[in-house]
Design a protein around this ligand. Structure first.
Ligand code: AMP
Length: 399
């Protein structure tokens, strides 16, 4: 059983809370997207309103175990403070996540305050799940809460090891929401359950496709991985991205789908280009006949229409990975069509779930992120969840 922070009596307690404040920043260190900070506010407010002290910890970037100014959570503390200003909540920043600086700042905090600890990954012991580091973190809290779904697939000190040192552990509201939506989509989906799979390679997503094969009624394939499937079927794919060593696997997946009566749908048309560039000469061709010297960079309009119709007629849709190189405007139409179809489907009562990472970025870019049922905040974590793996950060909360 996983307790919710909403059901825990936090009054007067220091709640050591793992969040995911790994926000993108520009060269000057300005936060370019504060969505991850906003997503954690519900949990922080629950602790503050309950009269607890939220002792918040996170990683930021990859400082590789060294203290580097560029990766300081200082600017995040400022943004968090701005976001909590309307509540009248004080945010204190501790210039270290363990030791004297952390202890002094936490000791100065009053019930209803928030303390943000400095970047956990300034210590290599964080990723190593080092027991002494766990103990050093634990002295800053009376109870533990994890709201960082995005790092729940990692067994690090702050996501896994430290939890064992507390009698009271709970999931934050974002963590709960993620587990509820993703869990329900897989375990008791409104059918048909349709999965839309894209992204660059099959190799990164074999386990997900295989796992989804057990649960889905239909799998729609797009992105770079479609060309390995098309090649496996004996089609000419020109100079499109193909993983030669995965052609056999693509074969297997196609055969398995047929055996299990699952519709594994491949694109019928593609947008092909002379080179990997937005300005490259491009045209729409049959996906089954891409000439030499051309590479497929998006699904074509016919495929977009077919996929959109299947999405709108689904009970549940789980989308992971873009349909093409959506970062280039000339090859973004397929991914945009899926984003729009997801939004239209949601309006018709379909449960629509977007896996994190690139598909989350895409649906947000096309303005539909608030028009779907749920956009996961965890890229790797949502993939591993869909694979049916148990996430260490979730296991640590299960008592
Ligand atoms: P992934 O991390 O595997 O989900 O892949 C996401 C990336 O796949 C995005 O950056 C897309 O630009 C890229 N991608 C999608 N379709 C293609 C394609 N046809 N050829 C090459 N890259 C692609």
């Amino acid at each position: 059983m996983i307790a919710s922070i909403a059901d825990v009596d936090v009054s007067g307690k220091r709640v050591l809370t793992r969040v995911d404040f790994n926000v993108p920043q520009d060269e000057a260190g300005e936060i370019t997207d504060d969505n991850r900070i906003r997503e954690s506010l519900a949990t922080i407010r629950t602790i503050v309103k309950g009269g607890g002290i939220a002792v918040v910890m996170s990683h930021l970037g990859r400082p590789k175990g060294e203290r580097k100014k560029k990766y300081s959570l200082g600017p995040v503390a400022e943004r968090l403070s701005q976001l909590l200003q309307p509540d009248g909540t004080t945010v204190l920043f501790a210039e270290d996540c363990i030791g004297e600086a952390a202890a002094t700042t936490v000791a100065a905090a009053k019930p209803g305050n928030v303390v943000l600890l400095e970047n956990l990954r300034f210590y290599p012991q964080e990723e190593a799940n080092d027991p002494d580091f766990c103990a050093a973190l634990a002295v800053n809290g009376d109870m533990y809460c994890n709201d960082a779904f995005g790092t729940a697939h990692r067994a690090h000190a702050s996501t896994s090891g430290v939890a064992a040192l507390f009698p009271s552990v709970s999931a934050g509201l974002l963590m709960q929401k993620e587990l509820a939506y993703l869990g329900k989509a897989l375990d008791e989906p409104a059918r048909p359950l349709v999965s839309v799979m894209g992204g660059s390679k099959i190799s990164g997503k074999i386990d997900v496709i295989s796992a989804l094969m057990e649960k889905c009624d239909t799998i729609l394939i797009g992105g770079g991985m479609m060309y390995t499937f098309l090649k496996a079927q004996g089609h000419n794919v020109g100079s499109s991205l193909v993983e030669e060593d995965r052609i056999g696997l693509a074969h297997e997946l196609l055969k398995n789908a047929a055996k299990r009566n699952i519709r594994l749908v491949l694109p019928t048309d593609a947008v092909v280009a002379r080179s990997f560039s937005n300005d490259a000469e491009h045209k729409i061709v049959a996906a089954t006949d891409i000439e030499d010297g051309w590479m497929g960079l998006d699904i074509g309009p016919e495929t977009s229409n077919t996929y959109a119709k299947i999405i709108e007629e689904a009970g549940t849709v789980v989308w992971n990975g873009p349909m093409g190189v959506f970062e280039f405007s000339n090859f973004a139409a397929g991914t945009k069509a899926i984003s729009d179809a997801m939004a239209r489907a949601t309006g018709k009562g379909v449960i629509t779930i977007v896996g994190g990472g690139d598909s989350a970025a895409a649906i947000s870019q096309f303005g539909q992120a608030t028009h779907v049922t749920h956009v996961s905040t965890g890229g790797g974590a949502s993939l591993e969840f869909l694979e049916g793996k148990t996430l260490p950060g979730v296991v640590a909360l299960d008592r």
